[in-house]
Design a protein around this ligand. Structure first.
Ligand code: AMP
Length: 395
């Protein structure tokens, strides 16, 4: 299990601390934040540092400004919101490593907080340019990474800067690696993973790694049809990755060899076309008629998957069970979310679509952990080393 130093393992009082957060929040046309989950996720670390008397320098990216200053992607709305939450002004720098940032950083008193402009206003950020990392590091004495959502990227502010400063994690990253790390290294059993979403190709690494660890692997969503076809079933016009059929067969063989109980959709809700109003009906997945495509799991599959979930003591879920964006094909995802929420188990939701679905359905606080990183949680579950975590000091 990863054992990284956190903000609690280092003396921060009176020190300038550069904190990489994930403030990549959605904004509406009036530059109002429409979902502040990511800001809330960063608050425990920020509050701790403020109370400990650190001089806090926050930084983040927002959107994809492609290496150029573009006020459309300014972090100013985040500074405004942080000021409201903290009850004191969070000054916003006009730049990232320029005169404004340097002046504000130099002026910091213990317990003060400032926010730098969007780190992706510099193309050097995503290139992990050493000079840029060094300039960023020169603003502070300690580096804290708390941006799990970008921890799978080796960028200047997520990894490079750790070459020049003592580097530790914040509470958000700590929680992510503790909970997911325990599930992967020492899970309470039975351990069930539920995978869904559109494509097998996005999740090959995750399936391979989880097959070494889980007792049951439940596969739904579009990716299930590649497996069903590989078993020789007719899948109509369901989404299928022809070039992954052999791989699907290998994975099913591996599951059998490892004694992993692999569950696929027994029944499907099929439609005549990919649209929200498409004519639809429920059929056995092994017998999808020509011209029909599977867009959700059927009722007997919901029952089968829910039973499996009920037995589990550790559950990891990533990817919807169907095209949940269309209400007619959302039931599988909704019902699996309900089953996971009521399971007497450690329940971990990978980021991305399944996290959004769970929160939207109001099951957010019923889960042990909802990861704040889609890509990052997938790479973590693949067993890959994340650069934004690897760069931090070991305990
Ligand atoms: P991913 O990003 O790989 O987790 O995939 C999420 C997407 O998979 C969602 O937009 C779903 O609409 C889509 N999806 C889930 N089930 C199906 C399906 N049976 N056919 C086509 N797309 C699907």
């Amino acid at each position: 299990m990863l054992n990284k130093k956190s903000v609690k393992d280092i003396d921060v009082a009176g020190k300038k601390v550069l904190v990489r957060c994930d403030f990549n929040v959605p904004l509406n046309e009036n530059k109002e934040i429409t979902d502040e989950n990511r800001i809330n996720g960063a608050m425990p670390t920020i509050n701790y540092l403020v109370e400990a008397g650190a001089k806090v320098i926050l930084c983040s990216h927002l959107g994809r400004p492609k290496g150029e200053f573009n006020m459309k992607y300014s972090l100013a709305p985040v500074a405004k919101r942080l000021s409201e939450i903290l009850g004191k002004e969070v000054k916003m720098a006009e730049d990232v490593i320029g005169d404004s940032a340097k002046a504000l950083a130099a002026d910091l008193k213990d317990g003060d907080v400032i926010l730098l402009e969007n780190v992706r206003f510099h193309k050097e950020e995503e290139k992990n340019d050493p000079e840029f990392s060094k300039a960023l590091a020169s603003l502070a004495e300690i580096y804290v990474n708390d941006a799990f959502g970008t921890a799978h990227r080796a960028h200047a502010s997520t990894a490079g800067v750790a070459d020049y400063l003592p580097a530790v994690c914040g509470f958000l990253i700590q929680k992510e690696i503790e909970i997911m790390g325990k599930a992967l290294s020492n899970p309470d059993r039975p351990f069930t993973a539920i995978l869904g979403g559109a494509k097998v190709s996005d999740k090959i690494g995750v399936i391979e790694n989880l097959l070494e660890k889980v007792d049951s692997l439940v596969i739904g969503g579009g990716m299930a049809y590649t497996f069903l076809k590989a078993q020789g079933h007719s899948i109509g016009t369901s989404i299928c990755e022809e070039e992954k059929l052999d791989l699907a067969r290998d994975l099913m063989k591996k599951a059998e060899e490892k004694g992993v109980n692999l569950l696929l959709p027994h029944s499907s809700v099929v439609a005549t076309e990919y649209s929200k109003d498409a004519e639809h009906k429920e059929v056995l997945s092994e017998d999808i008629p020509d011209g029909w495509m599977g867009l959700d799991i059927g009722q007997s599959t919901i029952d089968l998957f829910s039973e499996e979930v009920k037995k589990a003591k550790t559950i990891i879920w990533n990817g919807p069970m169907g095209v949940f964006e269309f209400p007619a094909f959302a039931k599988g995802t909704t019902e699996v979310a309900r089953a996971v929420a009521s399971a007497d188990a450690t329940t971990i939701i990978g980021g991305g679509d399944s996290a959004a679905a769970v929160i939207q359905l109001g099951y957010g606080d019923k889960m042990t952990h909802i990861s704040t990183g889609g890509g990052a949680s997938l790479e973590f579950l693949e067993g890959l080393e994340l650069p934004g975590i690897a760069c931090l000091e070991d305990k």
